[in-house]
Write a protein that binds this ligand. Structure first.
Ligand code: PLP
Length: 347
C-alpha cells in the first residue's frame, strides 16, 4: 500500500460538495444550483447553462471499454498537466518533500514541482537516453514521486520495460509514467502493470494521437485508492461539458484514429530517411513518438533559416545531451515535404 506516502491533510480532507453532487437523481425542475434557466445566445439553441457531470461518468465508461480497465481505476484531468499538479498536491509536503526528474525531459514536471515548492532531484538520462536506474535508486531514499516520460519528450525513445519494472519494484515512492506518445510506440503501455504495482500511475492524453489538444483532457490510470484521492483534490468541474461530449463522440471512431496513427508512423519513417542524407544533419535519433530529435551541424543557424521560411520547429539545443538538436513534429505529407525542401536549400 502507498497510503503512508500521502500528505496527512489530504487523507483527512473533506472535499467541497457541489449542488450536482448533493442530488444527481431524476427531477423535472432543477432550482438547486443557481443555473440560468434561459440559456445563452448560442446558435442552434445549444444549451450549456447547466453545470457538467463532475465525475465524467459517461465518458469514463466509454474510456473504460476502449482501454479494458474498470472505471474505478480511471481519472480524467484537464490535460496531463493538471494531473501532474494534483499528484504533487497529494503526495508532496511543500518545502519538505522531494521528487525525481530525469532530464532531458518534458518541462511540466519541473514547473509543477516549483509551483508546489517541492525539491527536485535531477538524475540525468545516460548519453544513450536510457534511464540511469542505479543512480535513481541510490539517490531516491525519501523522494515521493519519480517522473518517467516514455516515449520521452524531447528524445523520442521509449524506456526499457525491465528498467521501469525494476524502478517500480525498488523505488520507495510513486512512479508516474507519462505515456502521452504511447500510441506511436512499438512498446506496450505500462497500464498492464497496474495490478502488480500499487505505486504506479500511468498518464495518457487526448492531446496527441487523438488530435484533441484544444479540449484539454488527460487520463490517469492508477489504483482505486489513488483515483479516489485525485477525485477528492481536483476542482469540481475540471472538464467542461463541451470537452466531455466531444471526446465521447471521437472515441466512437477509433478506426479513424488508428489509421492516422499508422499514417504518422509511416511519415515519421519517411522523414527519418530524408533527414539522414542531408549535409546539415549529423544524426537523426530513432523515435517512438510523433516527432523526431535531430542533431544538426549548427542547430541555431538551421532554426533561424527555417523561421525565415515560415517553418517553426522546437530548438532544444539548450537541453542536456541535446547540443545542436532540434525537435521536429511530424506534420502532413505536404508540410514535411516543405521542411525537407527548405533544409535541402540550406544544405
Ligand atoms: C504533449 C505532452 C503532454 C500533454 O499534456 P496535455 O496537458 O494532456 O495536453 C504530456 N506529456 C508530454 C510528455 C507531452 O509531450
Amino acid at each position: 500500500m502507498i497510503e503512508h506516502l500521502v500528505r496527512k491533510n489530504i487523507l483527512t480532507l473533506k472535499p467541497h460538495v457541489t449542488a450536482r453532487d448533493e442530488f444527481d437523481g431524476e427531477a423535472s425542475v432543477f432550482l438547486n444550483a443557481n443555473e440560468n434557466p434561459f440559456g445563452s445566445p448560442l446558435p442552434n439553441g445549444q444549451l450549456l447553462n447547466r453545470y457538467p457531470d463532475p465525475f465524467h461518468t459517461e465518458l469514463k465508461h466509454k474510456i473504460s471499454s476502449v482501454k479494458g480497465l474498470p472505471t474505478p481505476n480511471i481519472f480524467l484531468s484537464n490535460g496531463i498537466n493538471e494531473a501532474v499538479d494534483l499528484l504533487f498536491r497529494i503526495f508532496c509536503e511543500p518545502a519538505f518533500d522531494s521528487c525525481i526528474i530525469c532530464p532531458p525531459t518534458y518541462g511540466v514536471y519541473e514547473a509543477n514541482a516549483q509551483l508546489n515548492n517541492v525539491a527536485i532531484i535531477k538524475i540525468p538520462l545516460l548519453p544513450s537516453f536510457d534511464l540511469d536506474v542505479e543512480a535513481i535508486l541510490e539517490n531516491s531514499a525519501d523522494a515521493k514521486l519519480l517522473f518517467v516520460c516514455s516515449p520521452n519528450n524531447p528524445t523520442g525513445n521509449s524506456f526499457h520495460k525491465d528498467d521501469l519494472e525494476l524502478l517500480l519494484e525498488k523505488f520507495n515512492g510513486v512512479v508516474v509514467v507519462d505515456e502521452a506518445f504511447i500510441n506511436y510506440s512499438k512498446q506496450t503501455s505500462c497500464v498492464s502493470l497496474l495490478p502488480f504495482f500499487p505505486n504506479l500511475i500511468v498518464l495518457q492524453t487526448f492531446s496527441k494521437a487523438w488530435g484533441l489538444a484544444a479540449l484539454r483532457v488527460g487520463i490517469a490510470f492508477a489504483s482505486q485508492m489513488v483515483i479516489e484521492l485525485l477525485d477528492k483534490v481536483k476542482q469540481p468541474f475540471n472538464i467542461n461539458a463541451v470537452s466531455q461530449s466531444l471526446i465521447s463522440e471521437a472515441i466512437s471512431n477509433i478506426a479513424w484514429v488508428n489509421e492516422h496513427i499508422r499514417k504518422t508512423v509511416a511519415l515519421r519513417m519517411m522523414m527519418v530517411e530524408k533527414l539522414s542524407v542531408l549535409k546539415v544533419v549529423e544524426k537523426v535519433y530513432s523515435s517512438d513518438a510523433s516527432f523526431v530529435l535531430v542533431k544538426f551541424t549548427d542547430a541555431n543557424i538551421v532554426y533561424h533559416k527555417l523561421l525565415e521560411h515560415g517553418i517553426v520547429v522546437r530548438n532544444v539545443s539548450y537541453m542536456l545531451h541535446c547540443e545542436n538538436c532540434l525537435r521536429i513534429t511530424i506534420g502532413t505529407e505536404t508540410e514535411n515535404e516543405t521542411l525537407i525542401r527548405v533544409l535541402n536549400q540550406i544544405s
